[in-house]
Design a protein around this ligand. Structure first.
Ligand code: PRE
Length: 345
């Protein structure tokens, strides 16, 4: 089912990177309607990070394609059924969203083009007339379950938590009479006509989730001075190989904002390293570090450079390297970096 996301915000704000969509563009997302991912996509539209283009009417909005998993949303882009996918990427309580990370690390290369962050707190949704003591089952997404488990144990002691493909899918189970309660965005309750037994629920206050907009490989949005770059790589199974790879970043003063190892799923007990770093592939120190990483690692995959969703102070990589060790021949690495930076990879 393809639907259209409402667009209430303005066009581009000066200085903000924008993904201009064709007026017939389709964005796949982790659905159904009412998920946090749905809200994140709406936020990208409202903030003018996604704008209808190609001469579309001013209020033309992208069409949306709800999917059951981040993997399916990304597959929709790979298979040409969608132009972009909006998927959860990292939760401040539960960490990297593994299905998203794994689907980006393997298969045809895709590229992250934009991010947006949401505050995460849950409404406990029930059918009208349900009392707390009636709640025997509560359905929600596994990452959501990790964020409400203590509250549920304390306030709904009879409830068993069952996991669903998304928070809004849990709310749909409640509406269908298949579960007594769901932990989901309040919006899912409004869509389905459910009541909230409680709202603003979060075991860890201040939780946030980062969502990313992913498309086919292209030249990244222009650097803003407050950007992230994401790569995935493997290293040889020998002493020092990971340290040597990371040293290429540290000697250039490049800061990491996330590092994760995930099984390659190719050879047993081998791992890919997922890294987000401060800076843009067009920043000279980042370009040099990526060229060096190309030399030090195997299967280096560029997942994109994009502007940080505005929060906190801007972080940028250093402009140059004071003390450089004599570098090995990096001609091939630089050719790869240029290809990624210009969308020819
Ligand atoms: O199920 C949803 O509503 C989602 O958008 C997914 C998701 C996630 O995967 O992290 C998004 C934010 C919350 O942290 C819980 C679930």
């Amino acid at each position: 089912m393809v639907t259209t996301v409402g667009r209430s915000g303005g066009i581009a704000r000066a200085g903000r990177a924008i993904i201009t969509l064709g007026c017939v563009s389709t964005v796949a997302f982790l659905g159904p309607a009412g998920t946090f991912t749905d809200a994140a996509l709406q936020q990208l539209v409202d903030r003018g990070r996604i704008a209808a283009g190609d001469g579309g009417a001013p209020d033309t909005a992208p069409q949306t394609l709800p999917c059951d998993t981040p993997t399916q949303a990304l597959a929709a882009v790979r298979e040409g059924r969608a132009d972009f996918a909006c998927v959860p990427f990292e939760n401040s309580v539960d960490g990297t969203v593994s299905p998203t990370a794994d689907a980006l690390a393997t298969g045809t290369r895709l590229q992250i083009l934009a991010e947006t962050e949401l505050d995460i707190a849950f409404a406990i949704l029930v059918r009208p007339g349900t009392a707390p003591s009636d709640v025997r089952t509560l359905s929600t997404h596994p990452i959501a379950a990790a964020q409400v488990r203590s509250w549920v144990q304390e306030n709904l002691p009879n409830a068993q938590i069952n996991t669903t493909s998304s928070t809004a899918a849990g709310a749909e189970e409640v509406a269908a009479g298949e579960a007594d309660a769901a932990a989901a965005p309040a919006r899912a309750g409004e869509i389905l006509g459910l009541d909230a037994l409680a709202s603003g629920i979060a075991d860890v206050s201040g939780a946030r989730t980062r969502f990313v907009l992913v498309g086919n490989p292209t030249a990244p949005p222009a650097p803003t001075g407050n950007d992230r770059t994401s790569v995935v790589f493997g290293v040889r199974h020998e002493p020092n190989s990971l340290v040597q790879a990371l040293t290429e970043l540290s000697i250039r003063g490049i800061n990491l904002s996330r590092i994760e190892s995930r099984p390659t799923r190719v050879d047993r007990f081998t791992y890919f390293f997922h890294i987000d770093l401060v800076g843009h592939i067009d920043d000279p120190m980042v370009a040099e570090a990526l060229a060096a990483l190309h030399h030090r690692t195997s299967r280096l995959r560029f997942l994109g450079s994009w502007p940080v969703d505005a929060h906190g102070d801007a972080e940028a990589p250093p402009a140059d390297r004071a003390a450089a060790s004599s570098p090995p021949d990096r001609t091939e690495g630089y050719a790869w970096t240029r290809a990624m930076a210009t969308g020819r990879g």
